[in-house]
Write a protein that binds this ligand. Structure first.
Ligand code: BEZ
Length: 218
């Protein structure tokens, strides 16, 4: 079954480039991004992991741990890490899970439809994971999911922006509008009337009775 927003992220224990990881323990009080990629030593994946390596400081500022997954073994991940670092010019110190057992890929619905063919129809290509991203909150619940096909590299600036939006609206009666970026106004939820909204968030910019902007709290 697919994982939905607000589901508890499946827990697992797996080997990784940073040793054995018990996922929920590893998460601690942080946000986390778990993201799958098809295979080590492939071109698009190398650019993606390089992008994540370059953004390490940005994720840390947001109290967010990042962890990669693919169906390759730790020894391959460790060799491939050298290529990622050479390509990106940044240390790739986030863990990469050894999911040769497909445990994580199955729990997180990271496999393409072709994987579910009869066994004789399986090839290395259809046991490769697609490009799935989950943002998980400190309460271990899924906040955001996205899935890209193997041929399309993800935009990690957008993932960072989405993380900012998730954190700006987590547990408060606020939402972010289309194309929002940090620093822009946010939308006040309809659960607050105008008086309550103004008392909580200051002056409102009321565009429509149901579309009311306020300055994002610092
Ligand atoms: C890649 O990362 O370049 C890739 C991996 C699997 C299928 C297609 C592209």
């Amino acid at each position: 079954m697919s994982i939905r927003i607000n589901d508890v992220a499946p827990d697992f224990t797996a080997e990784s480039t940073a040793g054995t990881i018990k996922f929920h323990d590893w998460l601690g009080d942080s946000y986390a991004i778990i993201f799958s990629h098809p295979r080590d030593f492939t071109p698009v994946c190398t650019t993606e992991f390089g992008a994540v390596a370059q953004l390490a400081g940005e994720f840390a500022k947001r109290n967010t741990k990042v962890i990669g997954v693919s169906v390759d073994a730790v020894e391959d991940h460790l060799k491939w890490k050298r290529d990622i670092e050479a390509f990106s010019g940044s240390p790739a110190d986030f863990p990469i899970i050894d999911d040769t057992s497909l445990t994580v890929a199955k729990a997180y619905d990271m496999l393409p439809a072709e994987f579910y063919l009869p066994v004789e129809g399986r090839t290395p290509a259809n046991t490769a994971t697609v490009r799935t991203v989950y943002i998980i909150g400190p309460d271990k619940k899924v906040r955001l999911t996205m899935t890209y096909p193997m041929s399309v590299g993800r935009n990690f600036a957008e993932i960072l922006r989405a993380l900012d939006a998730v954190q700006a609206t987590d547990g408060v009666p606020l939402a972010t509008p289309a194309n929002w970026v940090p620093g822009q106004d946010v939308i006040v939820a309809l659960s607050l009337n105008n008086e309550q909204a103004a008392a909580k968030y200051g002056d409102l910019d009321i565009k429509l009775p149901y579309l009311r902007f306020a300055k994002a709290p610092k």
